[in-house]
Design a binder for this molecule. Structure first.
Ligand code: GLV
Ligand code: MN
Ligand code: MN
Length: 410
């Protein structure tokens, strides 16, 4: 019997998972290492164990659910993504990659199909990076790109430590993080952009992803009384940060092809209605398909902020919190995605990812590729994020084929 994706089961699993942290407008809030993250992890572990998988958890909380292969010495074929979301996130960003992996295992079980190599479904910890220091924490640590101790010591805006939160939700595992071979890594994901939907194509074979540099900027002024300190005597850190945000936006228009630059998180201190803000800390997320241009952008952003701080008499510190170089996925695996779609009669086009993904980190230690499916109006990082059961099933059918091929190639 040939293994077949069960479209309705895949959809129902998404809807069940989306209940955890559901938001009023139909989205999801499951911040990394929150109570909601724990409940979603527990549900995944239960489903994986029900599907006969053996679950391991590593020291940064990455979850690996293994379906055994017939060759005990073979390195696993791995597939998965993340279950954490943005504060106003959607039902599919991340969850799709995990639940597609689970559906592959369930489909193999239904058909009684064995593979030579084992299959690991992975849930990476803190992909979104909106709570602690930066994103793709679990996969970057696995790939040796971030020291584990730094990750565990990261704190959220309330001063809560990553390592303590991991213990609190019961996912501080005992397996070492990283250090084992992966035969091939596949990640399915919604596109998070409009191309596939506009062209009516259900699957994207992703060749790579643009690079990213992130920064934390601290602007220091002086607190003062909002009623008494004349306007020309103020050192208002938030006013400086606002001017910097405007200047950073202008920097994005100085380069071709056009980069993206986002100031997304701002903390104003003391954050009081009638005190002039003494300190403002904000983040910059900058991305471009060329590593060299990212370096030029960094210089332009730095000098724009320095100019404003100098003019306003404010202190300025700009710390680079992460560098993710441009990624090229494994050519043979990407070709395998195209071929699988072709064999299945599913339309497919080549893509380049604007978003970052766990696959970008794993590409440094294993052959990796990604499969994209359309999302409604290209919307993501938004409660309104949506995708169709048919498109999710098409991407998962391609995943099933490439996973079986890779797991029998050992
Ligand atoms: C992932 O969510 C990203 O920011 O690219
Ligand atoms: Mn994602
Ligand atoms: Mn995301």
């Amino acid at each position: 019997m040939r293994a077949q994706i069960n479209r309705d089961r895949l959809w129902d699993s998404h809807m069940e998972m989306a209940k955890i942290g559901a938001t009023p407008k139909g989205g999801v809030c499951r911040l990394s290492l929150s109570d909601e993250d724990k409940v979603s992890r527990d549900l995944f572990v239960k489903w994986a164990e029900d599907a006969g998988c053996v679950v391991r958890i590593d020291t940064v909380g990455n979850i690996f659910a293994r379906r055994a292969g017939t060759d005990p010495d073979a390195a696993p074929v791995m597939t998965g993504s993340h279950l954490d979301t943005q504060p106003l996130g959607g039902r599919f960003d991340g969850a799709y990659g995990v639940l597609a992996g689970l559906e592959v295992v369930r489909a193999l079980n239904d058909a009684g199909v064995e593979t030579d190599a084992p299959i690991d479904i992975v849930v990476w910890t803190d992909e979104e990076g909106c709570r602690f220091t930066t994103k793709t924490m679990g996969s970057a640590t696995f790939a040796g790109l971030r020291p584990e101790a730094d990750v565990l010591d990261g704190v959220d805006p309330d001063g809560k430590r990553f390592g303590d939160e991991l213990v609190r939700i019961g996912y501080a595992g005992t397996e070492p993080c990283g250090g084992f071979d992966i035969a091939a890594y596949f990640e399915t994901h919604i596109e998070q952009g409009p191309i596939l939907e506009n062209e009516g194509i259900p699957v994207g074979a992703v060749g790579g992803a643009q690079g990213q540099r992130c920064f934390e900027v601290t602007v220091t002024g002086e607190e003062g009384h909002a009623g008494t300190l004349p306007m020309d005597q103020r050192k208002d850190s938030f006013l400086g940060a606002a001017r910097m945000a405007d200047a950073l936006n202008a920097v994005a228009f100085q380069f071709e092809p056009r980069p993206v630059i986002t100031v997304g998180h701002v903390r104003v201190r003391p954050n009081s209605r009638n005190t002039i803000p003494g300190q403002t800390v904000f983040t910059i997320d900058s991305r471009h398909p060329s590593d060299a241009t990212l370096v030029e952008m960094k210089k332009a952003m730095q000098s724009a902020c320095e100019q404003i701080a100098g003019d306003m008499g404010l202190g300025l510190e700009m710390v680079e919190t992460s560098v993710s170089p441009v990624v090229t996925f494994d050519a043979a695996l990407v070709q395998g995605v195209r071929d699988a779609a072709d064999d299945l009669g599913i339309g497919c086009r080549d893509m380049f990812s604007g978003a970052g993904h766990d696959a970008c980190k794993i590409a440094g230690v294993a052959p990796a590729a990604m499969i994209f499916v359309p999302c409604k109006d290209g919307i993501s990082h938004n409660e309104l994020e949506d995708a169709t059961p048919d498109d999710l099933a098409a991407g998962t059918a391609v995943l099933l084929k490439v996973v079986i091929d890779a797991a029998n190639r050992t």
